[in-house]
Design a binder for this molecule. Structure first.
Ligand code: ADP
Length: 493
């Protein structure tokens, strides 16, 4: 099968690389296998890409190791920064193509996809700026010694990303890893391999030496598992489900104790208190759950509303959710496209059935949208109880529950009644309440009077079962450096 193919989208035609990207070349997999990626809008295959398995991961790791000890090591930190900022420029140059790829492969609205491209370029440029600002310390212990620390690259990093933000997760992962001088074996999600391969082409064009970034299209149980258990990968960074996160950690423990960072699931609370500006709060609550079709690990899926404003809130929120434009990702006004796959569609519809069966009230939605594609209506459940599955488990779709609470204290108690701790929000116009609630909620990010406003300068990650470590900001750099202490004894003469 060919290593690239012309792909037509409703807005443009482009050349899509199909091979695995190893040592700056697109190649076929050792097993010679391919797999199709499906357009979630019409359920038809887009193209088939070459599939990587454990043997290909081995080859990629060797390439990454050679680069780490060779050409990449010789490149100055400033030059690493320049390569990253050049790559950011290329993402911006090709924004229309990349946005079209994301709309086609993932199903997100093309205007949202453009936002992802801009945020990805911003992230790469930000880490490009960090590349020559990675310093250790000098530590003064006594007059007979000189002690200093070096922040060295961890080494070959395995990175496994999900399908909900294929390009953005790619950027979040490679940015800090490359800024700090590591090399990478990246596995993209099997549902959305296309943007990663396109960026691989740009990585070569930007001038990164061979082997610094390798991109494997493949499945979790084969290529993903091979990365997690590899004896010559020094670190694994994973974004995805909590279930798989546990497996990755076990594989790391059972193999070479590679360093592990995990960005996992959530069931994030979004609290609306009586003094909130209700109209504004509803805009944010709507964005909090329905942005990216609810396929966000930090989605505000549990909405906790004070009884004083509950009825009014529910009436206005229903109205607002019903205004969300659901449909073809290539229509510029589309807010919500299809879910990514049949499996996700079935999983979400299963939760909706479960909620109905458990006696929750469907305020709006609760059904398929249209007759073709993996579309689901924006769905709001009310009259739920704490122990219902739809309140407990991450649904990862356009489905939320609204619960009534009687006080700020109860809101905090219910907010924290979860194994997850990725994000939370509170809507209030009282600064004291805002700070009190933010301090009390156990979550990696707390938004006050907004939601889902991530930024590459701000750390992001989870408390509790939502993960280990922080991505983005300067915090992410710590995941990709080993601290070495050098102590020199000073001779008297
Ligand atoms: P989802 O269930 O939403 O698809 P996953 O956590 O299964 O999320 O997938 C996220 C990423 O993890 C994907 O790239 C997938 O291929 C990968 N993955 C899935 N299972 C494993 C596994 N056992 N080991 C390593 N990676 C895996």
């Amino acid at each position: 099968m060919a290593l690239s193919q012309t792909v037509e989208t409703p807005v443009l035609t482009y050349e899509q690389p199909l091979g695995l990207f190893i040592n700056n070349e697109f190649v076929k997999g050792v097993d010679g296998k391919t797999f199709e990626t499906i357009n979630p809008h019409n359920e038809k295959p887009i193209v088939a890409v070459h599939e990587g398995t454990a043997d290909d991961v081995n080859i990629a790791v060797k390439a990454a190791r050679t680069a780490l000890n060779g050409e990449w090591k010789q490149i100055t930190p400033s030059e690493r920064g320049r390569l990253l900022t050049r790559l950011a420029d290329f993402l911006e140059r090709d924004i229309d193509t990349l946005a079209a790829i994301e709309a086609l492969d993932n199903g997100k609205g093309v205007s949202m996809a453009k936002g992802d491209v801009t945020a990805s370029a911003g992230c790469l440029r930000y880490y490009g700026g960090w590349a020559d600002k990675i310093y250790g310390q000098t530590i003064d212990t006594d007059t007979n010694s000189l002690t200093y620390t070096r922040h060295e690259p961890v080494g070959v990093c395995g990175q496994i990303i999900p399908w909900n933000f294929p390009l953005l997760m790619f950027a979040w992962k490679i940015g800090p890893a490359l800024a700090t001088g590591n090399t990478i074996v990246m596995k993209t999600a099997e549902q959305t391999p296309l943007s990663g391969l396109y960026v691989a082409k740009l990585i070569k064009e930007a001038g990164f030496p061979p082997g610094v970034v390798n991109v494997i299209s493949g499945f979790g149980r084969t290529a993903g598992a091979a990365i997690a258990s590899h004896m010559d990968i020094d670190k694994v960074a994973f974004t995805g489900s909590t279930l798989v996160g546990r497996q990755i950690m076990k594989s790391a423990a059972d193999s070479n104790l590679k360093k592990v960072t995990l960005e996992l699931g959530g069931k994030s609370p979004n609290i609306v208190l009586p003094d909130a500006n209700l109209e504004e709060a509803i805009e944010w609550v709507n964005l909090g759950i329905f942005f990216n079709h609810g396929q966000c690990c930090c989605a505000g899926s549990r909405i906790l509303v004070h009884e004083a404003v509950y009825d009014k809130f529910l009436e206005l929120f229903k109205k607002r959710a019903e205004q969300n434009k659901v449909g073809d990702p290539f229509h510029s006004e589309t807010f919500q496209g299809p879910q990514v796959s049949q499996i996700q569609y079935d999983r979400i519809m299963g939760y909706i059935q479960d909620g109905k069966g458990a006696g929750a009230t469907v305020v709006t939605g609760g059904d398929r949208h249209g007759s073709e594609g993996y579309y689901i209506q924006p769905t709001i459940f009310a009259d739920v109880t704490e122990n219902m599955t739809i309140v407990k488990e991450e649904i990862f779709g356009p489905v939320c529950t609204v619960q009534k609470v009687q006080s700020e204290e109860e809101a905090i108690q219910v907010a924290n009644d979860t194994n997850y701790g990725l994000a939370a929000a509170v809507h209030t116009t009282n600064i004291n309440t805002a700070i009190r609630v933010s301090n009390a909620v156990k979550a990696g990010t707390v938004w006050v009077n907004n939601y889902n406003t991530l930024h590459y300068q701000m750390p992001f990650g989870g408390f509790k079962e939502s993960g280990i470590g922080r991505e983005l900001g300067s915090y992410a750099l710590e995941n990709y450096t080993e601290v070495k202490t050098v102590r020199i004894h000073l001779s008297k003469s």
